[in-house]
Design a protein around this ligand. Structure first.
Ligand code: SF4
Length: 375
């Protein structure tokens, strides 16, 4: 099985915390779609005819493309690749793009999963983040999407925002629980270099939330979602039974995927490649048959580290036997030794031949994973 990712690099406006690759000018949408169709055709052999079990349109904001654009893209995906009839086909959308007409169009075009960027139900935080939608629009969009038949809806939420109180966060999470969503992706705000938020923080215009408040918000989220039947199956992801994100799960399990569009990444088990993050260069080079990507062949150590980083983010953790088979006895033994201090603190555990990070360990996952690396 394989996955397809398509990066759509357009947004209506720039959110102040975001460091994804996007442009707020929509004027090159047609040229982008032409280049994308060409890139997919040129690289369609890369998946070796493997069955595609997930297609994911992310960005950026894919929902700013027209119905005609999306239709062309999805028809071409079906023509060029062996897409499983049961494939999970996701599109990321902002609430303000989801009127009834567009919801019908998305359904007709073959999308069976929506990922809606809500982030917060607090008007002052939506404004601070410079989101393009209002809180009521988000609620309305989700209810109407469900009424239109979408029964696999993810909602993005953000915590750890400047000044986010426990009462506000509780309101956000409880509001979410009242909505017909089957999946939640919840991220703690990070101040990415080059973003407006990072600049404002350094100037003292906004203040970082104290660490203990972020931790309390994470714990509250876990408790409330669990009480409503959601499984915390990955560090930032929660789902009702049967609604894990198949696309993201394939990243975490090392399934090959092909990424198209500027800045999109691809992986085939040994080689990682990434298109350059420039729409203009992407269009020019694709049209002229040139190359607008970089690539690297992974060493055994790279693959070991990639596996650890992704596997330890999941509830299932890392398979110690598989590590021994793939990377040798010494690597497996060293890993167990390095993990010992964290099993002692309850941040990691070994269970059924797998090394796992516990939900408390996930609070310090970057630091712990770093300590487990071979070098
Ligand atoms: S809509 Fe999404 S991709 Fe676009 S700027 Fe906002 S967070 Fe970034």
């Amino acid at each position: 099985m394989a996955g397809i990712y398509i990066h759509v690099p357009f947004c209506r406006q720039a959110c102040r915390y975001c460091d994804f690759y996007f442009t707020v000018s929509l004027k090159y949408r047609d040229a982008y779609v032409d280049a994308l169709l060409r890139e997919m055709a040129d690289r369609s052999g890369e998946l070796n005819g493997e069955r595609v079990s997930t297609v994911y349109l992310g960005g950026g904001t894919p929902s700013v493309l027209t119905g005609a654009h999306l239709g062309e893209i999805m028809v071409r995906v079906q023509e060029l690749f062996h897409v499983d009839p049961e494939a999970e086909v996701t599109i990321e959308a902002n609430p303000d793009d989801l009127d009834d007409h567009r919801l019908d169009m998305l359904c007709r075009t073959g999308f069976n999963r929506l990922s809606i960027g809500v982030q917060s139900f607090q008007p002052h935080h939506l404004e601070l983040m410079r989101r393009s939608h209002r809180s009521e629009e988000a609620v309305d969009a989700i209810i109407r999407a469900a009424a239109k038949g979408f029964d696999n809806i993810n909602m993005d939420l953000m915590y750890g925002l400047p000044g986010l109180t426990s009462a506000e966060w509780e309101h956000n999470v409880r509001n979410t629980m009242d909505l017909p969503v089957q999946h939640i992706s919840a991220y703690h705000l990070t101040y990415e270099p080059g973003t407006v938020f990072d600049h404002w923080r350094r100037k003292g215009r906004i203040r970082e939330l104290p660490e203990e408040s972020g931790i309390a918000q994470y714990r509250m989220l876990r408790q409330t979602t669990a009480a409503h039947g959601f499984e915390h199956y990955e560090i930032s992801n929660f789902s009702l039974p049967g609604y894990r994100s198949a696309h993201n799960s394939s990243y975490w399990s090392g399934t090959p995927y092909a990424g198209f569009g500027p800045s999109a990444h691809s992986y085939n088990g040994t080689v990682r490649r990434w298109n350059i993050a420039s729409l203009q260069r992407y269009i020019e080079s694709t049209v002229s048959g040139g190359s607008a990507f970089e690539m690297e062949t992974l060493t055994a150590t790279d693959r070991f580290h990639d596996y650890l980083i992704t596997a330890l983010r999941t509830k299932e953790g890392a398979d110690l036997l598989w590590i021994r088979d793939q990377f040798g006895d010494a690597a497996a033994k060293l890993l167990r030794e390095k993990a010992a201090p964290y099993t002692g603190t309850g941040e990691m555990k070994t269970e059924g031949g797998r090394l796992k990070m516990t939900p408390e360990g996930w609070l310090r996952s970057d630091l712990i994973t770093q300590q487990l690396m071979l070098e």
